[in-house]
Design a protein around this ligand. Structure first.
Ligand code: R5P
Length: 316
C-alpha cells in the first residue's frame, strides 16, 4: 500500500475528473493553474502531497499541446512536492496515432510523449484504448491500458443482438473488434480500408464477411474526422446491412466530423466521454449516445492504489 490516495486534475476535462473522484468518494485535490500573458503555464499544488500516492488526470483534447505541457508541469510540480508515487492518467493518450515510423524522417511522437511523461515525473501511466497496444512498450515504467469494451458491451447487451454482426473498420482493428464480437456472441466482418495519403481521408474498398439483411455494430478505437465511419456505413449499406450502429471509445470529432457524421447513414453513434465535447457538438451530432468511463477509471485508480488486479475489470 502506498501513501494516502490523492487525485488531481488538469484543466482539459474537469467533468470526467469530477466523475472519477466522485466514484472513488473523494474530492479532487486543490491546484492553482495560471496562464501568463506570455502563454507560460504555472501550476501550484495547493495542498500537501508529501508521501502521497498521487494520480493526475489529463486527457488529450484541444488545445492538445497546451494540455500536454500543463500535464508535464503538473507532474513536475508533484515530483518537487515529494509525492511518493505519481500516476499520469490519460483517458485519451496524446499523439497515439503517431506510433510508428511508416515514412522516412518522421518522429514516433507517441513514444516521445511517453518519454516526456516519465521525465516529468510519472512513475506509472493509466490510459484507455490505445491506437495500438504496443504503445505500452514505449514506457519503461508500469503502464496500464483500460479498454472501453466493458462499458460498450453492457450497453449493447441491452439490445436484441440476435441478427447482429460486429464490423471492424480495418484489418488493424479486427483483433479488438473480434474480441468484442466474441463477448457479445456475434460474428465478425472486416472492412478493407485504405488511406491513400496524409489527408486523413480513407476509402473502404471491400468487405470480408456477410452483412446482408443483418444489423451491424461498427467497432473502432476512435472517430477523428468521421471519414472512416461514413465510408464504413456506406459500404455496409451497399452490402445490404439494416441497422448501422457504431461503438467507439474516443469521440475526437476533429475537422469536419460534425458534417461528415451527420451525412453518414447511422442509426446510433455510441462513444465514451474520454474527450470533452462542446455543447455545439453534443447537440448537433445525430443519434449520439455518450457513456461515461468515470466509474471504470475510478475503480482502476482504487485498485492500483490498493495493489489489486486490473484485468478483472476487463472480464465482462
Ligand atoms: C484508424 O486506424 C483508426 O482505428 C480509426 O478508424 C481512425 O482513427 C478514424 O479516423 P477518421 O474518423 O478520421 O476516419
Amino acid at each position: 500500500m502506498q501513501g494516502e490516495l490523492k487525485v488531481f486534475s488538469g484543466s482539459s476535462h474537469s467533468e470526467l475528473a469530477h466523475g472519477i473522484a466522485s466514484y472513488i468518494g473523494m474530492p479532487l485535490g486543490k491546484t492553482r493553474i495560471t496562464r501568463f500573458s506570455n502563454e507560460n503555464i504555472k501550476v501550484k499544488i495547493d495542498e500537501n502531497v508529501r508521501g502521497a500516492d498521487v494520480f493526475v488526470i489529463q486527457t488529450s483534447c484541444p488545445p492538445v499541446s497546451d494540455n500536454l505541457v500543463e500535464m508535464l508541469i503538473m507532474l513536475d510540480a508533484m515530483k518537487y512536492s515529494s509525492a511518493s508515487r505519481i500516476t499520469a492518467v490519460l483517458p485519451y493518450f496524446p499523439y497515439a496515432r503517431s506510433d510508428k515510423k511508416d515514412e522516412s524522417r518522421i518522429s514516433i511522437t507517441a513514444r516521445l510523449v511517453a518519454d516526456l511523461l516519465q521525465t516529468a515525473g510519472a512513475d506509472r501511466v493509466l490510459t484507455m484504448t490505445l491506437h495500438a497496444p504496443q504503445i505500452l512498450g514505449f514506457f519503461r515504467n508500469p503502464a496500464d491500458q483500460l479498454m472501453a469494451h466493458p462499458i460498450l458491451i453492457q450497453y449493447f447487451r441491452q439490445k436484441d443482438l440476435s441478427n447482429t454482426v460486429v464490423v471492424a473498420t480495418d484489418a488493424g482493428s479486427a483483433k479488438f473488434a473480434g474480441f468484442f464480437a466474441k463477448r457479445i456472441g456475434t460474428p465478425l466482418a472486416i472492412i478493407d480500408k485504405r488511406r491513400m495519403d496524409d489527408t486523413e481521408s480513407a476509402q473502404s474498398v471491400a468487405l470480408i464477411g456477410d452483412v446482408n439483411g443483418r444489423d451491424v455494430i461498427i467497432y473502432d478505437d476512435e472517430i477523428a474526422t468521421g471519414g472512416s465511419i461514413r465510408e464504413a456505413a456506406r459500404i455496409l449499406r451497399d452490402f445490404g446491412a439494416r441497422e448501422v450502429r457504431v461503438g467507439v471509445t474516443h469521440g475526437v470529432f476533429s475537422g469536419n466530423a460534425l458534417e461528415t457524421l451527420n451525412d453518414a447513414d447511422l442509426n446510433e453513434l455510441v462513444i465514451t466521454d474520454t474527450i470533452p465535447l462542446p455543447e455545439s457538438k453534443l447537440t448537433s451530432i445525430k443519434n449520439l449516445k455518450i457513456l461515461t468511463a468515470a466509474p471504470l477509471f475510478g475503480e482502476a485508480i482504487r485498485r492500483i492504489h490498493e495493489g489489486k488486479s486490473l484485468s478483472e475489470l476487463m472480464e465482462v
